[in-house]
Structure formats: C-alpha cells, structure tokens
Ligand binder design. Structure first.
Ligand SMILES: Nc1nc2c(ncn2[C@@H]2O[C@H](COP(=O)(O)OP(=O)(O)OP(=O)(O)O)[C@@H](O)[C@H]2O)c(=O)[nH]1
Length: 246
C-alpha cells in the first residue's frame, strides 16, 4: 500500500497526516536535540485531551516552585485556557507563564514547527535569567503526538484511566517512547471499570525499561513521585551542563 493511501486527512482544509501502523513510530524528528549548555532543562508534558496535563503542571509548580526557578509554556489551539487556569490558580507568578495559541493540531507546534514554543521559552529566559526548568505543556492531542527533541529535552506522556484500560496497549510513540509515562486518575479506576493491573502490565510490556508512574492528583495533589522524577532529570541535566555553566 502506498504511503499516501494511508494518510489521515482531516480539518476544514483537509490537511494530511501520515498514518503509520508501527505503534512505536513517530516519524523522523525534524529538529536535532539542542545542546544543554547554560540553559534551563525543558520538559514536555503531552497526552490526550483531558488526561490531566494541566493538573500535573499545576501540581509540579506548587511542589517545585519554591525550590527551583521554574516557568511554564502552555499550548492551546484557540484560547489561552490552560495558562489562564494556572495563573488563576496562583501556582507561579503570572509572568512565569507564557501561552502559545497553536491555531492548528497541537502536535504541529510541539514537533513540526516549534518556533512559537521556542520563542515563548526565550521570552521566559530573558525575563528570568536563572531559570532551572521550563515545563512545556502540549495541547491535548492523540496517541501519535510527541515533542521534538529540539524543544523538549525529556518528555512526559499523560494518559488517564477514564480513557479505558486499553490505552497503554494501543501504543503510539507517546506511550512507547516518552521518558516517563504517567497513568493518571487512578482514583477513578474502579468507577470506570479500568483494571490497573492490566494497564500497568501493558504499559511495561510496551515500554521495556522506560518508567511508568500510576498516580492520582486527587489523592496526592503534590504529585510527589512525578516531582521526584523531575528532580532526577534536573540533576542529570546539571551534570551534563557541568559545574561551570550549572
Ligand atoms: N479524579 C481525578 N480527576 C483529575 C485528576 N487529574 C486531573 N483531574 C481532572 O481531570 C480534568 C481534566 O484535567 P486537566 O488537567 O485539565 O487535563 P488536560 O490534559 O490538561 O486537558 P486539555 O488541556 O484539555 O487536554 C479536570 O477536571 C481535573 O481536575 C486525578 O488524578 N483524579
């Protein structure tokens, strides 16, 4: 079958996305990873609509905001909803939060044309010259959406139990290749009939050695385990940067 016959066509302009039946494939990353020297760690937070990306971002800001120089970039298609939510929740100073309006499928802005996000990161770095960490939250997308390594040094993919316990075994590059897979809203598992043992076993089977974290932000609003993972990533980033630039 020729590639164009497998393309997925959608949107009012009928634009195309290639469909790949390999659940681990994301297509080539258009940008190389950026050198880490002298700049903050950038962590991408992606995942399907409503899985809890903003709630996780807010929790990480609350937990880490006192100990780290932290800023956030949000992505929404038509609004600045997520940035507005974070500002209203008071998780960080308002100026530490930048909103990108993608105007197109969220994956476009985090992978195909990362300019608007890089500009937002740059504005934050100009405003706060000693940033340790920038969290870049993607707009909600589907299982194929992952960050370019030119934008995010490491990425978290957030799915939730309400999407059904089948989600991890459906694969997709977010599930299979993200540096951390978060299975969120485990407090709802029983109510929605999701079998956590199945979800975790499938997630580990799909990801090999890569870590999987089951959490409930209702039960643990500090997102303690995710915050620990962020601290580890930051330590690794700092050791890569070296003492002179760190
Ligand atoms: N019960 C429960 N609800 C949660 C949890 N985490 C998030 N939520 C709720 O789930 C809903 C969606 O969460 P968001 O953080 O807005 O999800 P999102 O992934 O940012 O959504 P989009 O940006 O629209 O894709 C909100 O009402 C949250 O309060 C959780 O661990 N347990």
């Amino acid at each position: 079958m020729q590639a164009e016959h497998r393309d997925h066509v959608h949107g009012s302009d009928g634009h195309r996305h290639p469909v790949d039946f390999d659940p681990t494939a994301a297509g080539p990353d258009p940008f190389p990873p950026e050198g880490v020297g002298g700049r903050p760690l950038r962590i991408g937070i992606g995942g399907p609509v409503g899985s809890g990306k903003t709630a996780l971002t807010a929790a990480l800001c609350r937990t880490l905001g006192e100990e780290l120089e932290l800023a956030v970039v949000t992505n929404d298609i038509y609004t600045t909803e997520d940035a507005d939510f974070l500002r209203q929740a008071g998780v960080l100073e308002r100026e530490r939060i930048e909103a990108v309006q993608t105007g197109a499928c969220p994956h476009t802005a985090i992978r195909d044309d990362i300019t608007a996000n890089l500009d937002a990161v740059e504005r934050l770095c100009e405003r706060y010259s000693t940033l340790d960490l920038v969290l870049v939250e993607s707009g909600g997308d589907n299982l194929t959406a992952v960050f370019s390594r030119g934008l995010a040094d490491v990425q978290v993919f957030v799915v939730d139990v309400a999407g059904g316990d089948k989600v991890p075994r459906k694969g997709g590059p977010g599930v299979t290749t993200a540096d951390l897979l978060v299975i969120n809203k485990v407090d709802l598992a029983e109510r929605v009939g999701a079998d956590m043992e199945v979800m975790l076993a499938d997630a580990h089977r799909m990801r090999g050695e890569l870590p999987v974290l089951a959490q409930s932000l209702t039960d643990d609003p500090a997102a303690s385990a995710a915050a620990d993972w962020v601290r580890q990533q930051l330590a690794a980033h700092r050791s890569a940067v070296g003492p002179a630039a760190g």
